[in-house]
Ligand binder design. Structure first.
Ligand code: GDP
Length: 216
């Protein structure tokens, strides 16, 4: 089994102080609520309900950590850009997620999930621009690609690649569908490459705390 196929829930963090100690490369998944992030994580890990842990009451605004069989961590960031979220929650998100993305030393790369039908919203661009100074590997996954016709899909992919280049954002873009499994193997291979590139010394060093929430 590959690291992603060995994923298991590790812990949740509601605030910066609750983040597990650094150790081993982390791949963070970020995206607007409802973009298909949980479905993508489930598809990449070959698990039907793994990421729905992040959707259980009390965990939706937390950063959720999944152990990738000792090879690294999958980090599910709370969804952003949800219009109905009160100001207070939005500020909390910026502090927790913004702080994580800006300062986490073990962050090895970021997967930005973007709806293929509404590519690169202002929120998506803001996230990518936020990440630019860190110069981390970044993958834009164009989700729900099955909802577009083949020709449209390719047009969207081309357009997103061009827009990223124009904005000087060094991110790769890929079409993805959890339903049709378009892009699943390709994305998994790329992300597992990021884990390997993070180096042999980058294996997990955290104490086992499976299933335990540090978020209260
Ligand atoms: P999250 O809020 O970003 O975690 O999104 P979810 O994974 O919960 O998906 C939101 C909605 O989009 C659900 O109704 C999913 O069934 C649907 N969805 C997710 N991925 C796909 C996909 O690849 N294709 C299609 N057609 N629908 C999808």
């Amino acid at each position: 089994m590959t690291p992603f196929q060995q994923a298991s829930f590790f812990a949740s963090a509601a605030k910066a102080a609750d983040l597990p100690p650094e150790g081993g490369p982390e791949i963070a998944f970020a995206g607007r609520s409802n973009v298909g992030k949980s479905s993508a994580i489930n598809a990449l890990t070959d698990r039907r309900r793994l990421a729905f842990v992040s959707k259980t009451p009390g965990r939706t605004q937390m950063i959720n950590f999944f152990d990738l069989g000792g090879a690294g961590w999958l980090v599910d960031l709370p969804g952003y850009g949800y219009a109905k979220v009160p100001q207070e929650l939005r500020e909390g998100w910026e502090e927790l997620v913004g702080g994580y993305l800006a300062r986490r030393g073990s962050l090895a790369g970021v997967v930005a999930l973007v709806d293929a039908r509404h590519p690169l919203t202002a929120h998506d661009r803001r996230l990518l621009e936020w990440l630019r100074p860190r110069a981390l590997p970044c993958l834009v996954l164009l989700t729900k690609s099955d909802k577009l016709q083949r020709r449209e899909r390719l047009r969207v992919l081309e357009r997103v690649r061009r827009e990223l280049a124009e904005a000087a954002i060094a991110a790769q873009a890929m079409l993805f569908s959890s339903s049709s499994r378009d892009g699943v193997e390709e994305a998994r291979a790329l992300l597992e490459g990021w884990l390997r590139d993070a180096g042999p010394g980058a294996r997990n060093k955290r104490p086992p705390a499976k299933g335990k929430s540090t978020g209260g």
